[in-house]
Design a binder for this molecule. Sequence first.
Ligand code: SF4
Length: 447
Amino acid sequence: MSETAIAAPKGLYLETFGCQMNVSDSEKIVSLLSDLGYRPVTDPALADLILLNTCSVRAKAESKVYDYLGRHRLRKLKNSRLIIGVGGCVAQQEGERLLKRVPYLDLVFGTHSLHLLPELVRGAERGERRSATEFIDTETRLNLFPQAADTGGITRFVTIMQGCDNFCSYCVVPYVRGREISRRSAEILGEIREMAGRGAREITLLGQNVNSYGLKSPDELHFADLLREIAAMDDIQRLRFTTSHPRDISPELIACFAELPKLCGHIHLPAQSGSDAILERMNRGYGREEYLATVTSLRKARPGLAVTGDIIIGFPGESEADFEATLSLLEEVRYADLFSFVYSERPETAAAGYSGQLSRGVKQQRLERLQRRQHEITGEICEALVGTVQRVLIEGVSRRGDQLTGRSDANRIVNVPGDASLIGQLVDVTICQSHPNSLLGELSREG
Ligand code: SF4
């Protein structure tokens, strides 16, 4: 009688920092490493491989990586077979330096090296320490575009482009993600059809600047055409995208908000500042009035459109008057939500050499003023939803386990009592209560 030895699965503990692009890359990492026998675990104590997928957009995110590595040092001392690796934007920026600085680190993989990860892990299993952070050429990048893992799910993210050509003066993305490339539309549409076949009902298109999709490729669809193709798929009921650059919002894209009911009534449109002088120093390529005109056109196309945004506080040279201009932008736009951060200097970027750096105290005080006002605006917007009927795509069971949870068209979390058979369906919900991070409702009779 012969026996076949079946290798026990190995544990993969993966921590993801930063944006949705990293979350999407992490899905791909799980899928790539499953071929080597690694299965995700939620407790690092059970891991044979610990990976950090990192973000370097803000200094705070970067220093977190070193804190996290420090926490895993003891594990490595106790278990020399444990493999520890770092990927993503910090890995791209630091490369070999990370291996030198952190002696218990085994591997480093940059933003263009995801495909090399299985090889690096196999090497680490043999005791090798390696870093892979070379940028690859456009054709190879196109052929290796990360596809989403085969996980099923009602809401799915699809990467349609990578990198950025905008070189905003504070941003490290063009240096760590490389120049902008658009994935082939045939591949994107094929992937979405497959996802729809496995139950996906809502698709979010991802990229650093999705609305410039296809502009560099003469034979490719433009972004508005891509949206129209996806909206025409029967099984896809909702469509979202992020992130948009205000300068690249075309009239064709605005028309999509009027013409495609499946395109959700929400756009994330980072302004970064409400002051023309600061926008100029940021190299954003638009002024305050252009930004506001774009918001007006979008809301004309889709009345009630929810706008969310990003604001950087304390950019070098920001005067009190510049800050007041940003505060007044909140009043004019009435953001549904706002992601606001204090400026943090990033190496390699133009703004790192700018004069007029502000003290931490001034930045923090302005941030708190801005966040206080936005908190009030968000509360007012949510309160006004009480008594209205919202269309909600039910995604699953709420965290507490006693309700269903989903998102409104405007991307608000809505919890509602109901039967699990509604998961995956669009239902009408009457909003009864507004909470800081969610709404509570009940199924409308006609829902
Ligand atoms: S548009 Fe500007 S902020 Fe956004 S990724 Fe590109 S360079 Fe960075």
